[in-house]
Design a protein around this ligand. Structure first.
Ligand SMILES: [Zn+2]
Length: 389
């Protein structure tokens, strides 16, 4: 089995988060069964009414225990694409780069994980190997959350093969995302006194939030030095919408708000502060305000001396680091599974019109993950201390 041709086969399925992923799930389930794995297809309700599934494969060890061992995980869904861009569901290799939607985020990582597992289909394992592929990572991580309720899934360690340029990542920031809506009363701008302007308090809120943003940039903890760039919490308003026409007093405004905090910082406290700034501006402008918290992902922090962190540092010849984007890793960590993010391709190439993964990275990822399976699922049992949520 070859990681590049498998990645191409997976890219050819349209698995944009809003679509049903059942065809891709069926393909993966069949592949894992062919490797001798016991496969579970888990229905996931993402609230959209569209059918979604996780695919979980379990390669039993001698004796058949389900506890311990290693899980290789990844998400099947991708961000949207259009057929006029370079990265679509028609994959192609150009000068050592595999272009396609999901090439690095993260069908490449899934392909490398499966190729690594395929090398053990005829090897008796001492501890179980799990492959876990989820849906809806890009839109709320419903799939990974559903995995937590799957009975018997308790590996000692997990690798999530998100694109890290084959550098082990043991930490990521927390991510909270919200949408804010302000409602006033629109009126003809010839007499603004007859309406209540919703845009003005929105703008005031944004400039007050900037004060908080500046303040956050000055809190630089020592213990996460070298893990994050930037090594402080950040706040971003990514989208503002308001008004209908030049000669109408805007009766409605909305904006998005996101917070990324470091492990050890409480995103809830920060969110409450941001919310009170927004409410104050709304009250001053005499408009109604509603704040909808849409996403709440915790931070990830796997100890630097964790045995999987150390192992992947040696195998990749790179020190473990941190990233500022959230992954499903924090959900597995909350299940008590020490987790490392490690995979082919660069996050800088993900979600782009020309998304690609270097084919060399794909082969190397498969080799390193195979070695990791050998280390964690075959050979003498070692005690790996587990950490709690
Ligand atoms: Zn991803």
């Amino acid at each position: 089995m070859d990681a590049v041709s498998l990645a191409k086969a997976l890219i050819a399925y349209n698995s944009v988060s809003s679509e049903s992923n059942l065809p891709l799930a069926a393909h993966l389930a069949k592949l894992l069964e062919e490797l001798g794995m016991v496969v579970t297809r888990q229905d996931v309700d993402d609230g959209s009414g569209v059918r979604k599934q996780n695919v979980v494969g379990y390669l039993p060890p001698k004796g058949g225990t389900r506890s311990g061992g290693l899980m290789l995980a990844g998400h099947m869904d991708t961000v949207p694409f259009s057929m006029d861009q370079k990265a679509t569901i028609r994959p192609r290799v150009d000068r050592g780069r595999l272009f396609g939607r999901g090439a690095c985020d993260m069908k490449g990582g899934i392909a490398a994980s499966i190729v690594a597992a395929s090398r053990f289909s005829n090897t008796p394992l001492d501890r179980p190997l799990w492959l876990a592929f989820t849906c809806n990572e890009e839109t709320g991580m419903h799939g990974a959350r559903a995995l937590a309720s799957l009975r018997g899934l308790s590996p000692d360690h997990a690798v999530v093969a998100e694109p890290t340029e084959l550098r082990p990542v043991r930490a990521h920031k927390a991510y909270w995302g919200a949408r804010v809506e302000l409602r006033g009363t629109p009126c003809h701008s010839s007499d603004p006194r007859k309406g209540v302007n919703a845009l003005k308090p929105a703008v005031r809120a944004l400039s007050d939030l900037e004060v908080l943003e500046d303040e956050l940039s000055k809190v630089v903890p020592r213990d996460t030095e070298g893990l994050f760039v930037p090594n402080h919490a950040t706040l971003n308003v990514g989208r503002l919408e308001a008004g209908t026409a030049r000669n109408v007093v805007p009766g409605f405004a909305s904006f998005t708000l996101e917070l990324r905090t470091l492990p050890g910082q409480d995103p809830g406290t920060l969110f409450t502060r941001a919310e009170s700034i927004i409410r104050k501006a709304a009250n001053a402008g005499k408009v109604q305000v509603s704040v909808h918290l849409e996403q709440k992902d915790a931070a990830l922090l796997t100890p630097a001396d964790d045995v999987l962190v150390r192992y992947l540092e040696v195998m990749s010849a790179q020190p473990a680091g941190g990233v500022s984007f959230a992954t499903e890793g924090h959900i597995y960590a909350a299940m008590g599974i020490p987790t490392v993010i490690f995979g082919p391709g660069s996050i800088g190439r993900a979600h782009r019109a020309d998304e690609f993964v270097p084919t060399r990275d794909l082969h190397r990822a498969a080799d390193i993950l195979a070695a990791t399976i050998q280390r964690f699922c075959v050979g003498a049992t070692e005690y790996h201390p587990r950490f709690g949520p």
